[in-house]
Design a protein around this ligand. Structure first.
Ligand SMILES: Cc1ncc(COP(=O)(O)O)c(C=O)c1O
Length: 436
């Protein structure tokens, strides 16, 4: 029997972390009011609570217009459509993100072009973008990942030079600010997810924000089965779908928005406390804190585990041991999308992939920084575990230190917790349990 919980020792923590999502009596009353009011759906569009929430959320993020939609993947599709992305257009995306960033591009029969990430932030590396631009490029789609921002200054400069739209994937960035401007408000459009794990959630849900009326009108029409938008200044008529948000979702989101600033403060204080401890550990590395990020949206605390400092003990062993100490954590949270089994692209289904001189072959793409992050070094800690006390945040750091001090016990160890941590998301539905 060893000292680590995974080899039979006492775990650092047995108690669950603060539950997520959070709700209160006001949320219960709001849901009850929707129920008894019998006005449940998204039609007539925009319905009352969804419209109020979308306006409040857009104002909070610093954009003129907000639109509530059914989920975050749809928010990206709507934003692409609003920006006029058409079949055959190319959209540049970071390789290291959720498949939901990229799927909507294909769905519109446009072409995703992957670029690598910056090793300091794990977000789209602006130094890679210009080499990926072709005459067909129409948009840049940066993702603000974990608790970082893609470099919106550099991305904006490139976009202006090449006349490209910027669509920000802000699924991790509710309340985050770049140079005092809310996530999604610097680019042309911002897309948010309110899926269960996110910083604001209604179980499922999404939002698109923009300050351009024309984009807003197109987005509304596409979300509401092609009907005219409320203002209809630009008379756009699109084939659209029912992507509306229900009033139940909107009722929950009003409370989520109300609580966000206070939660963000607690999380950040605890994460900084945790970071001050782990940044002293040789063999771990933290991501860069960019001073242009004037409000951090801490969806997950992300750091690097450098296996070469631990005699090649793989990240999955570190993570399996950490989880057995009572700390929820993940490593293969994202894969480079082009390599993910959740991205089984058959060119027959997406004709634009074969319209160029050479057909697009995602198997040939290589983004080494993304691959190293995904398969070797990135560690993701969910935000809700930082919603507790300072002592609980210290406990997370204690667990990391304990596992690394006992890393010799992990050499060659086989354990189901380690096997789980080595699994990709595509393999996981069989074993995945909710971590929040
Ligand atoms: C980076 C990123 N983009 C897009 C999405 C898609 O959001 P949803 O799950 O609400 O469709 C998610 C969330 O799952 C995400 O994390």
């Amino acid at each position: 029997m060893g000292k680590l919980a995974i080899t039979g020792g006492r775990p650092i923590r047995r108690k669950p972390f603060p539950a997520w999502p959070v709700y209160d009596r006001q949320d219960e009353r709001a849901l009850q009011q929707v129920l008894t009011g019998r006005n449940w759906g998204g039609y007539p569009f925009p319905n009352e609570r969804a419209d109020r929430f979308a306006r409040d959320f857009a104002r909070f993020q610093g954009a003129k217009y907000g639109l509530a939609v059914a989920n975050g993947t749809i928010a990206i599709e709507v934003a692409l459509k609003a920006a006029g992305i058409a079949p055959g257009d190319e959209v540049i995306v970071p390789a290291y993100t959720w498949e939901g960033t990229v799927g909507p591009i294909l769905l519109l029969n446009a072409v995703p072009v992957f670029v690598d990430i910056d090793p300091d932030t794990y977000c789209m590396d602006p130094r890679q973008i210009e080499a990926a631009i072709t005459p067909r490029t129409r948009a840049l789609l940066p993702v603000h990942l974990g608790m970082c921002f893609a470099d919106l200054d550099a991305i904006g400069r490139i976009a202006r030079k090449h006349k490209l739209a910027v669509i920000e994937d802000c699924a991790h960035a509710h309340g985050g600010r770049w140079r005092k401007k809310g996530a999604g408000a610097t680019g042309d459009l911002g897309c948010f997810s309110f899926q269960s794990s996110k910083l604001m959630t209604s179980g499922e849900g999404g939002a698109v924000i923009t300050s351009k009326l024309e984009y807003f009108e197109r987005a509304q029409s596409y979300t509401n089965c092609g009907r005219a938008s409320a203002t209809d200044r630009f008379h756009h008529r699109l084939i659209g779908f029912n992507y509306r948000m229900t009033e139940f979702q909107a009722a929950l989101l009003a409370g989520q928005l109300r609580r966000l600033p206070a939660q963000a403060k607690i999380r950040l204080t605890n994460m900084e406390r945790f970071e001050s401890r782990i940044s002293r550990i040789a063999g771990l590395a933290t991501l860069k804190r960019d001073p242009r990020i004037t409000a951090v949206a801490a969806y997950q605390y992300v750091f690097k585990y450098l296996p070469e400092h631990f005699d090649g003990v793989p990240r999955a062993a570190f993570l399996g041991a950490l989880e057995m100490e009572g700390i929820p954590c993940d490593g293969l949270f994202y894969e480079p999308v082009y390599r993910s089994a959740l991205f089984p692209v058959d060119p027959k289904d997406f004709p634009a992939l074969s319209w160029g001189r050479e057909p697009v072959d995602f198997k040939a793409v290589r983004c080494p920084v993304s691959e190293r992050a995904a398969y070797e070094e990135a560690v993701w800690l969910p935000h809700h575990i930082f919603l507790g006390t300072a002592a609980e945040a210290d406990g997370i750091a204690d667990a990391v230190e304990k596992v690394l001090e006992g890393v010799a016990e992990l050499r060659g160890l086989r354990h189901p917790a380690i096997e789980r941590k080595a699994m990709s998301r595509a393999e996981r539905p069989r074993v995945e349990k909710r971590q929040w």
